[in-house]
Design a protein around this ligand. Structure first.
Ligand SMILES: [Zn+2]
Length: 225
């Protein structure tokens, strides 16, 4: 297990590790696996600035999983330097000896979860499409899971999010949508944790999307620790 403080998973992939005095579960929040989905990155950065700490157990926070894509503000990184333009969220479990940087990076995240065994892995995404149960795929505003049955915490979190929504457009729903080779699904299969992809709709103003993602992270932290 990594000591409290700031660790580098790669020269520019930062992992914040925080530990409470009281023992408890380890929760991992991460964002920026898709570089054009910025609300989660900014939500985690703001929470860190505001003193995001665990009540019990440990918190691991990686605000920018895919720096090449984030710099390009594109879903995968632009083909440039080390980057091959692969969707990092389709590269799991990764390969330490692969020629593609994205596959090596995926392996680093896999090794992190195998070492830390978090109870929750929550990855923050955004979607261009509003969620509609009849339209697949459509994601915003949903808490997405890929392994049945739905983790109970998702139902509780959706109820709490809907209790503080500012309009009916912001209504949250759970969504079962397995994606093979996605970080969440491969990690859940490997360690049996709760895996959640948070998706907000990009049609909302940026500040509101960031606030909603902060609410999700805070509620999940509260529910799971
Ligand atoms: Zn995404």
């Amino acid at each position: 297990m990594r000591s409290p403080g700031v660790h580098l998973l790669a020269p520019n992939v930062v992992l914040h590790v925080m530990e409470a005095a009281q023992p408890g579960p380890t929760l991992l929040f991460q964002a920026g696996i898709h570089g054009d989905e910025i609300a989660g990155v900014h939500a985690l950065e703001e929470l860190l600035e505001e003193g995001f700490t665990p009540r019990r157990g440990r918190l691991l926070v990686c605000p920018v999983m895919n720096p090449g894509a984030y710099r390009a503000r594109k879903r995968p990184a632009t083909v440039r330097g080390l980057w091959s333009g692969l969707d990092l969220n389709r590269c799991f479990p990764g390969d330490a000896s692969a020629p593609e940087h994205e596959k090596r990076l995926a392996r680093i995240f896999m090794d992190l979860v195998l070492e830390e065994r978090p109870a929750l892995v929550c990855t923050l995404h955004e979607s261009t499409k509003r969620f509609h149960p009849d339209v697949k795929p459509s994601f915003g505003q949903t808490l997405v899971y890929g392994v049945d049955p739905m983790p109970a915490v998702i139902g509780r979190a959706v109820d709490r999010l809907n209790a503080c929504k500012q309009s009916d457009e912001e209504t949250w729903a759970p969504q079962y949508y397995p994606v093979p080779t996605s970080s969440t699904e491969v990690i859940v299969d490997a360690i049996g944790c709760v895996g959640i992809c948070v998706e907000t709709w990009m049609g909302f103003p940026e500040e509101r999307r960031i606030d909603m993602q902060k609410e999700v992270v805070s509620i999940l932290k509260d529910e799971m620790s």
